[in-house]
Write a protein of this length. Structure first.
Length: 341
């Protein structure tokens, strides 16, 4: 007689997740970025260094080259996605080589913040009493001040005491120090609501231990608001990186730095914002935005003279954020009680 393979519950659950179009599209798009980060060292074995230069002294610098990509007949050229006057490499090189750095930065900020915030939110809702009062008082204190202000204050106090190469790691620590608070707030609110549900009361009456109730009832149903906060955290992280790199570029260019004195203005900037002296998405976008306004529409150039410097990195970053949003929505819908029925 023929035998039939019986799927385990986790297999059925995984198949249900893979049947959700938002998750599939988001996972496919994110896989492209992960693959790009993995092949980057093979494509560019030498470390690329990104140092801004002054746009006001173009006489010292070569004019940026536009995209050389031709779809028919297919031809990549030296700079398929164009080149900015700021960098010694093309936009495509910078985006590909910068993938591993940006994925590292985003993961190192989002994952610990989510884990810490979820743990504190569950502990606050589960134990209540003084634990809840202490956790929520600290959380509200962090939420009452804009994130960027707290991060800048931390960086001002710490960056002057370390080398520039350690700045990105201080940035990761500063972001983790504030990004846990939104996760704590939303998880605590959802966990408090779930504790009052009938099925949780039934589990208590049946003699289930607090740990089992927490792991099997409260935690799975409290994961949805935490997952909804992930795209927001990723967006805030990218926004802060882009803003800090744009500030660095703007101040350096206003200081009269030319191609012959690369990096001369970095010493006055590093005590304020972290500077990533390697290919990084925010830095490449900032370089395109700061290039003498060449990305702005002109009468003869509706998309700007040097449109590739801002448009292409902007689309690249936006597509990455969209992948995170789609994955989060897919998993959140998959975890919802209505989807399990």
């Amino acid at each position: 007689m023929p035998t039939f393979t019986r799927y385990q519950p986790w297999t059925e659950s995984l198949l249900a997740l893979l049947r959700r179009p938002p998750f599939v599209v988001g996972a496919t798009l994110l896989s492209f970025y992960v693959a790009t980060a993995l092949v980057a060292p093979l494509l560019y074995p030498r470390t690329l260094t990104a140092i801004p230069v002054d746009t006001a002294l173009l006489v010292h610098c070569s004019a940026p080259q536009g995209p050389t990509l031709q779809f028919f007949p297919l031809s990549l050229g030296d700079h398929p996605l164009g080149q900015t006057e700021y960098m010694g490499f093309g936009v495509a090189q910078g985006l590909i080589a910068g993938s591993r750095w940006d994925l590292f930065l985003i993961s190192a900020i989002t994952v610990p913040s989510m884990l810490v915030g979820t743990f504190l939110g569950l502990a606050s809702a589960t134990y209540g009493g003084w634990v809840d009062r202490v956790v929520m008082t600290v959380t509200d204190a962090f939420l009452s001040v804009p994130y960027f202000v707290l991060v800048i204050l931390v960086l001002i106090l710490t960056l002057p005491r370390v080398s520039p190469t350690q700045g990105p790691y201080l940035f990761i620590g500063a972001m983790n120090g504030v990004m846990w608070a939104p996760f704590t707030r939303v998880v605590r609110g959802e966990a408090t609501r779930i504790r009052q549900m009938t099925y949780v009361e039934s589990a208590k009456a049946s003699g289930a231990s607090p740990g089992r109730i927490l792991l099997h009832h409260i935690l799975p149903n409290s994961a949805s608001p935490a997952l909804a906060q992930v795209p927001v955290t990723v967006a805030l992280t990218l926004t802060f990186i882009i803003a800090s790199q744009f500030i660095t570029t703007a101040i350096i260019t206003s200081g009269g730095t030319s191609c012959s004195t690369l990096g001369a203005g970095l010493s006055s900037i590093t005590p304020v914002v972290p500077y990533f002296n390697y290919p990084e998405w925010g830095g490449i976008l900032s370089a395109g935005l700061a290039f003498t306004g060449g990305w702005l529409p002109q009468p003869d150039h509706p998309f700007g003279v040097y449109w590739w410097g801002a448009l292409i990195p902007g689309v690249w970053i936006a597509a990455f954020g969209l992948s995170i949003l789609l994955i989060s929505d897919g998993v959140r819908d998959w975890l919802s009680p209505k989807a399990r029925k």
